[in-house]
Design a protein around this ligand. Structure first.
Ligand SMILES: Cc1cc2nc3c(=O)[nH]c(=O)nc-3n(C[C@H](O)[C@H](O)[C@H](O)COP(=O)(O)O)c2cc1C
Length: 216
């Protein structure tokens, strides 16, 4: 007799069997929640210890949408949840989970599967052994591609990209708080080791790792 898988396991199984090339659609993000922005700001605290419970695809999608989701359109260009100098969008967000490594695609609101092996242990090592990165059900990695900014902003480009990463990270943390989840913005890492652990393109510079999950 076949038994139904719990939703989170079914999602993981689905992610594991998905072709490495085919994007995985995420559920439409919710535009209304039960928690006010003020309550989310008041509730946000850095969380470094997580329950074993997995995140659903909808929860992961909601967190990624808060980071970089498309929230409006101007002359055909998708404007994102976090402000961006010149709307040049230098950020790339990755999600490291038990099911592997994924890149967030803001335009179709989907996950691009990149690897089916769990990268969290290697990522945690690259983050100077921080346990939160290893133990969270998802660790979002916010990277910047500086060349997208330096054409227009020259030597201020990297600064603008780094400021933008702060906006995106705060959105994730507030969205997590509003969903009853928690996370921490991790800045302590060996950049080259993060790039190696995730096999990132050389110009995707890691700025923040945000482990997220159910607070323990
Ligand atoms: C730029 C930056 C880097 C941070 N890096 C780390 C880190 O590597 N590991 C960590 O556990 N917390 C890190 N934090 C989180 C701070 O430790 C935390 O925000 C601070 O202790 C205040 O606590 P709160 O977030 O609960 O208000 C970082 C915060 C910022 C803004």
């Amino acid at each position: 007799m076949s038994r139904a898988l719990p939703v989170s396991l079914a999602i993981l199984a689905c992610m594991e069997t998905a072709s490495m090339a085919e994007p995985i659609a995420l559920p439409k993000p919710a535009l209304k929640g039960k928690v006010s922005i003020e309550a989310a700001i008041a509730a946000r605290r850095s969380v470094r210890s997580f329950r074993k419970k997995e995140l659903s695809r909808a929860q992961l999608g909601q967190l990624l949408w808060a980071a970089q989701g498309v929230t409006a359109r101007r002359e055909g260009l998708g404007l994102r949840a976090a402000p961006s100098a010149g709307a040049l969008y230098p950020l790339e967000v990755y999600a490291a989970t038990k099911a592997g490594l994924f890149r967030y695609l803001p335009e179709p609101h989907a996950l691009e599967p990149l690897a089916s092996q769990d990268p969290r242990a290697a990522l945690s090592e690259a983050a100077l052994g921080q346990e939160a990165v290893r133990r969270a059900p998802a660790a979002l990695v916010v990277c910047a591609v500086y060349s997208r900014m330096t054409g227009k902003y020259r030597d201020r480009g990297p600064r603008y990209a780094q400021l933008e990463a702060g906006h995106a990270a705060q959105n994730v943390l507030l969205q997590a708080a509003a969903l009853g989840l928690g996370g921490v913005s991790v800045g302590a890492m060996d950049d080259a080791a993060v790039q190696k652990a995730l096999a990132l393109p050389k110009d995707h510079e890691p700025l923040y790792i945000i482990p997220v999950g159910y607070p323990d």
